[in-house]
Design a protein around this ligand. Structure first.
Ligand SMILES: Nc1ncnc2c1ncn2[C@@H]1O[C@H](COP(=O)(O)OP(=O)(O)OP(=O)(O)O)[C@@H](O)[C@H]1O
Ligand SMILES: [Mg+2]
Length: 629
């Protein structure tokens, strides 16, 4: 599908690729991995032609469509659903042409529309949007109303919907919650064409990818299988290389010793000569050992405070005079608590983080918070809010105003930003380099508590491990929000769940939670008689936080109902459009073939309407049953 031959690329005083080559099998789902700053996003730019390599190193089949999610979607007045539908350019063009086409053309256009299954497009789009966490009310909202993070998801949805022959995704799970990430894993797996996905997310790399493409030391190497298989193969490979190298080193030493000993002796000069030649010809064995990533330093607080750090009683939390976002919080945190905070986007996790960080107060109820408590709070918006013109050196100057320039620079080097990157502007740092800088800055003042909201986004897999090690060393309290299941498991010793307008302890582990999430979705799709039983079974052993079946069920059902309603509206509209064309009796005379095609098309459209209506009725009944339960 995509072929890269002999690619060499230098930029910004560095060699990024040296005679790199790879060929992606058609239909493969390839995970592109490698250290932060190694040049993965740069490779995408080369493939897209945004950066020029030289000549014909990058080969794609003729007319292949490439799709990528480069930036968040612009804030236009177009509705969400239309934005997605328009991403299928062919369909959009056909529909636009239909408006002004003469009857001659119309038949051809309809034929092609049927071929590309244009009718099912709205349903397909709605399914993708639902998977990425959009509600049905969102479908008709203009793009301008969505935040940057959500417009990023729109761009992802649009790319998936338009189904390019080569789909390029750069760290797609970074802007998704756990639920969205799990959906995307499944979706990518059955993507009908080839996909190249940059990711540091082990779950995604294991569950969705057929191959792993590793970029290291300016070379590309492709491995069959997921990430775990890749790691094993690579470990084995470097073991073999090391032993080959050890063997060669021994032989080299042996030859050298012979040469040293006998080169002055006339009788042995010939042998010494030939050995010297052999020595010179020996190709050094390449080793794939990468350098260790820089560790994270999370300095522990100097003196513990008196427990508890935080106590909340019957607290309601919200913004200004508005309705509370979180109600009736009864929680307590102690000095070395490790809390994993779960919940979908919008459940109030960030509001809670703000409260704990001291950026928001309670509306009613009680909040005890030690006045001397220092909190380090890391979240994604900080990365987005960085001034693109700023440099790491400028930033650390502001953070350490009284220090000397050399101690500032060595601090940055400790953070993992070597001298040559300290004056690179923020916009030119890679995602991982930015995240690393901010994480280190947040923890610099030895806080009593760290609130880490998706800290591993952008970090490469080895850096994630380094962060985990540092968190284990750190002696303060931690609140962790992450869609990285393994990190959550390894850090959190208690789980709290934000759901239904409150936060409560979740009695279960991450496996229970994953089951809980999946079952909740599945239960919502079942008949109402099964709902109650299943919901009870889905909840982990006596979970105080599990929503009551009826209350939990109504929301998803209502959303599905509205989705079904939207489908009814759209299919009906499609039917009406055909009827409008057929209403002209002239068409049967002018072009009987086209009229016949339209007749066929009408049958299909009618069937779609019937199906949509039946679906709507079914869900409406389920909802009625749940609401009266
Ligand atoms: N315009 C530029 N000027 C200077 N350095 C640059 C510029 N653009 C990129 N770089 C550097 O090139 C390197 C590669 O960047 P790239 O974004 O390709 O990394 P990446 O592999 O995608 O990393 P990550 O995993 O962190 O996203 C980085 O070290 C970055 O700082
Ligand atoms: Mg990148």
């Amino acid at each position: 599908m995509l072929q890269i031959n002999d690619l060499t690329f230098d930029a910004w005083g560095r060699r990024f690729f040296e005679k790199a080559g790879v060929s992606l099998p058609p239909g493969s789902k390839v995970g592109l991995v490698g250290r932060n700053g190694v040049g993965k996003s740069t490779l995408f730019k080369l493939i897209m032609g945004e950066l020029a390599a030289g000549g014909d190193e990058i080969v794609l089949p003729k007319n292949a469509r490439i799709g990528q999610v480069a930036q968040e979607h612009p804030a236009t007045p177009v509705s969400l659903i239309d934005t997605i539908l328009e991403a299928d350019e062919e369909r959009h063009t056909l529909l636009t042409r239909l408006e002004t086409a003469d009857p001659e053309e119309m038949g051809d256009i309809w034929t092609r529309l049927i071929e590309i299954d244009s009718d099912s497009a709205p349903a397909r789009a709605a399914e993708i949007l639902a998977g990425l966490g959009f509600s049905v009310e969102d479908l008709e909202r203009p793009m301008a109303e969505f935040s940057g993070g959500w417009r990023m998801r729109v761009a992802l949805a649009a790319a998936l919907f338009s189904e390019p022959d080569l789909l390029l995704l750069d760290e797609p799970t970074n802007y998704l919650d756990l639920e969205g990430a799990m959906w995307l894993e499944a979706r990518l797996k059955k993507y009908p064409h080839t996909a190249l996905i940059i990711s540091h997310d082990r779950e995604l790399l294991n569950n969705s990818c057929t191959h792993i493409l590793h970029l290291a030391q300016a070379r590309l190497e492709i491995y069959t299988g997921g990430y775990d298989a890749f790691e094993k193969m690579r470990a084995e490979k470097s073991r073999l290389q090391l032993s080959a190298k050890a063997k060669q080193d021994a032989e080299r030493a042996h030859l050298q010793a012979f040469v040293d000993r006998f080169k002055a002796k006339a009788s042995k000069a010939a042998q010494a000569q030939s050995r010297m030649k052999r020595l010179a010809k020996m190709e050094p064995v390449a080793t794939t050992i990468e350098e260790r990533v820089a560790p994270f330093t999370l300095p522990s607080p100097p003196r513990p405070l008196a427990p508890p750090l935080i106590r909340l009683e019957k607290a309601n939390v919200g913004y200004e005079e508005g309705r509370p976002i979180l109600r009736n919080l009864n929680l307590r945190m102690d000095l070395d608590d490790r809390i994993g905070l779960l919940g979908v986007n919008g459940a109030g996790k960030s509001t809670f983080a703000k409260l704990i960080a001291g950026a928001l107060g309670v509306q009613t109820g009680e909040l005890h918070r030690d006045r001397k408590m220092r909190v380090g709070w890391f979240h994604q918006h900080q990365i987005e809010a960085m001034d693109p013109e700023d440099t790491a050196l400028e930033i650390i100057r502001r953070a350490m105003p009284d220090a000397t320039e050399s101690s500032r620079r060595s601090r940055l080097a400790q953070f993992g930003l070597p001298f040559e990157k300290q004056e690179t502007t923020v916009e030119n740092l890679s995602g991982g380099e930015r995240a690393r800088l901010l994480l280190n800055l947040v923890a610099m003042d030895a806080p009593h508590m760290l609130i880490l909201d998706e800290p591993t986004n952008h970090l490469d897999i080895d850096s994630r491990r380094a962060l985990l090690d540092a968190l284990n060393e750190y002696e303060g309290a931690v609140i962790l929000i992450t869609h990285d299941r393994s990190l959550m498991e390894l850090v959190a010793d208690r789980l709290w769940l934000a759901a239904d307008g409150s936060i409560k302890p979740f009695d279960g582990d991450m496996d229970d939670y994953a089951k809980f999430v999946i079952d909740r979705a599945r239960v919502a799709a079942r008949a109402p008689t099964q709902v109650k039983r299943e919901a009870a079974a889905a909840a982990p052993a006596a979970p105080p936080a599990a929503p009551k079946p009826a209350a939990g069920m109504a929301g998803p059902l209502r959303r599905r109902l509205e989705a079904a309603e939207a489908v009814v509206t759209r299919t009906t509209k499609a039917l009406e459009e055909i009827d409008a064309v057929l209403a002209d009796p002239g068409i049967y005379v002018k072009d009987p073939r086209k009229a016949a095609e339209l007749g066929q098309k009408r049958l299909k459209a009618q069937a779609a309407v019937d199906k949509a209506e039946a679906e709507w009725m079914d869900i409406a009944e389920q909802l009625a049953a749940v609401e009266t339960a």
